[in-house]
Write a protein that binds this ligand. Structure first.
Ligand SMILES: NC(=O)c1ccc[n+]([C@@H]2O[C@H](COP(=O)([O-])OP(=O)(O)OC[C@H]3O[C@@H](n4cnc5c(N)ncnc54)[C@H](O)[C@@H]3O)[C@@H](O)[C@H]2O)c1
Length: 287
């Protein structure tokens, strides 16, 4: 960080897959983070998960200077002096609206409120808070420290100050933003989540195994990891929540979560974070 541009004070809500990933990126870039998590069990394990992610980032060659300072808290009030607050809580419009409305009340007009939702239109959430101009969408992808581009969603009511705040934050995080208009799933989830649902349907029908679907998508079509490995990385519970949002708001039957995904979520097979999804993982399970 330069003397002219001090690091923005960042708060992150939710210490799930994305809250941890975004916090890791910020700390590695020297940005201080107040991480708010309501679940005591999640809170208890979060420092060791972030240390693990920081080590992984370093092994993957992510450049790192002095780390930003981390505060872990259960209290949203600890966000009140932040320049930017990123909500990365459960993909549920009610939970998000409540969390954002509280942060809006606690913070001043210059704080930018960022939703990391995968699928809920930004304006739907903006309509639930007192100052809709403070809210903007920034769709970080996991692992955030390896993926240098983010989708930035300007809602119809997003103000210029929020756009400027996001530019400053992305500059500090070394990320490039691609701006798109609002709508269910924006661009990336509208395309990706439907494709993953189709890939799961193919496995469900017995036409091909998960490994074979992923190998074909990787080797023949250049997909980096294959859709079902990506699904495990996202978390199948979050994926199903996002598909439900997409299905309800677009009416697109291709977005109705297929039975195989629903069964895996019911059985606790949430992907990497639970140790099992379409694949089995020996390390990294934490739900
Ligand atoms: N998983 C991904 O790859 C991915 C990628 C891009 C965007 N997203 C989006 O990011 C958000 C978070 O996804 P995730 O996969 O990390 O979910 P997750 O289920 O792993 O974690 C959500 C966390 O939020 C916590 N939480 C709930 N309400 C809270 C509140 N009011 N204050 C503080 N913490 C609260 C929960 O206890 C949980 O720890 C979702 O909107 C999701 O759609 C996810």
């Amino acid at each position: 960080m330069t003397e002219q541009q001090p690091a923005p004070r960042l708060a992150v809500l939710g210490a799930g897959v994305m809250g941890v990933s975004i916090t890791t990126l910020a700390l590695a870039r020297g940005v201080p983070v107040a991480l708010v998590e309501t679940d005591p069990a999640r809170r208890a394990g979060v420092r060791s998960r972030i240390e693990h992610e920081l080590r992984t980032a370093q092994l993957m060659g992510v450049p790192r200077g002095p780390l930003g300072e981390l505060a872990v808290t259960s209290t949203a009030a600890d966000c009140k002096d932040s320049d930017a607050v990123i909500e990365a809580v459960t993909e549920d419009a009610e939970v998000k609206a409540e969390a954002l409305a509280e942060i809006d009340r606690l913070t001043g007009p210059d704080t930018v409120l960022i939703t990391n939702t995968s699928s809920i239109p930004v304006d739907e959430l903006a309509g639930r808070i007192g100052h809709p101009e403070k809210l903007i969408g920034v769709h970080f992808m996991n692992p955030t420290y390896l993926i240098g581009t983010v989708e930035v969603i300007r809602g119809p009511r997003t103000g210029q100050s929020a756009l400027d705040g996001v530019d400053r934050l992305l500059g500090a995080l070394g990320r490039k933003g691609v701006r798109v208009a609002d709508g269910p799933g924006f661009v990336t989830s509208r395309l990706l989540h439907r494709m993953i649902n189709d890939a799961a349907r193919i496995v469900e029908s017995g036409q091909a195994t998960a490994e074979d679907v992923d190998t074909l998508m990787q080797d023949c079509l250049g997909h980096r990891t294959g859709p079902l490995r990506t699904a495990d990385l996202i978390g199948l519970d979050n994926l199903v929540d996002s598909l439900r949002v997409l299905h309800r708001r677009t009416g697109d039957e291709g977005c109705r979560p297929c039975e195989l995904l629903l069964r895996k979520v019911r059985d606790g097979e949430h992907g990497r974070k639970s140790g099992r999804g379409f694949y089995t993982y020996t390390a990294g399970g934490w739900t």
